[in-house]
Design a protein around this ligand. Structure first.
Ligand code: GAR
Length: 211
């Protein structure tokens, strides 16, 4: 069975979508073998416990620098011998050492239509820009922050009366649909990063109509 480690910082609703996918007919294609958080009070840790998944906390406060923290994070992740590392609302920038160590098996979900709105407050920025379309991106992680090759995106409409939270909710509904699909592709051996290009069943991604 393929092994997945999920990194979180907060609510963990995307983690929950992955947990729930295990119980569906298609399954997840592997086991979630650990959930790791940089925050001790992340609600996602409770979700892991409820699902009998080992949960670990590695707090940055215990380390003098990002590099030191990330070296310990690498060690902690490697204890679980994962095939895939999934960032699900993990709100720390990862050092090159971490990103390079897990190159090609590290994916992230970001709440914007990349390359638009890298970084934080994506929903607010989409609203302020007057966009009538917003969405999410799932991508392989590379050294460039939120700049790695995109695997899959989905759009949502922006409604006239939207605020940050109503728009975030609309995006999250689609996140929860798409992340399990991408994780399953990877764990089934259908998705890989070749050079700087995500490839699904031998075809370059992203492409229209892939679902
Ligand atoms: C998700 O919307 C995810 O796209 C976003 O954080 C949220 C986590 O929610 N990620 C980022 O902003 C990464 N920079 P969750 O904890 O309920 O899954």
């Amino acid at each position: 069975e393929r092994r997945v480690v999920v990194l979180i910082s907060g609510n963990g609703s995307n983690l929950q979508a992955l947990i729930d996918a295990r119980g569906t007919e298609e399954g997840l294609g592997g086991d979630i073998v650990a959930v790791i958080s940089d925050k001790a009070d992340a609600y996602g840790l409770e979700r892991a416990r409820q699902a009998d998944i080992p949960d670990r906390v590695l707090s940055p406060r215990e380390f003098p620098s990002r590099e030191e923290y990330d070296l310990h994070l690498i060690r902690l992740v490697e204890e679980y011998e994962p095939d895939l590392i999934v960032l699900a609302g993990f709100m720390r920038i990862l050092s090159p050492a971490f990103v390079l160590r897990f190159h090609g098996r590290l994916i992230n979900i970001h709440p914007s239509l990349l390359p638009k709105y890298k970084g934080l407050h994506t929903h607010r920025r989409a609203l302020e820009a007057g966009d009538n379309e917003h969405g999410l991106s799932i991508h392989f992680v590379t050294e460039e922050l939120d700049g790695g090759p995109v695997i899959l995106q989905a759009t949502v409409p922006v409604e006239l009366d939207d605020d940050e939270s109503s728009l975030a909710r609309r995006v999250q509904v689609k996140e929860h649909l798409l992340y399990p699909i991408v994780v399953r592709w990877f764990l089934q051996g259908r998705l890989q990063l070749l050079g700087n290009h995500p490839v699904l069943d031998g075809q370059p991604l992203p492409r229209q109509g892939v679902l």
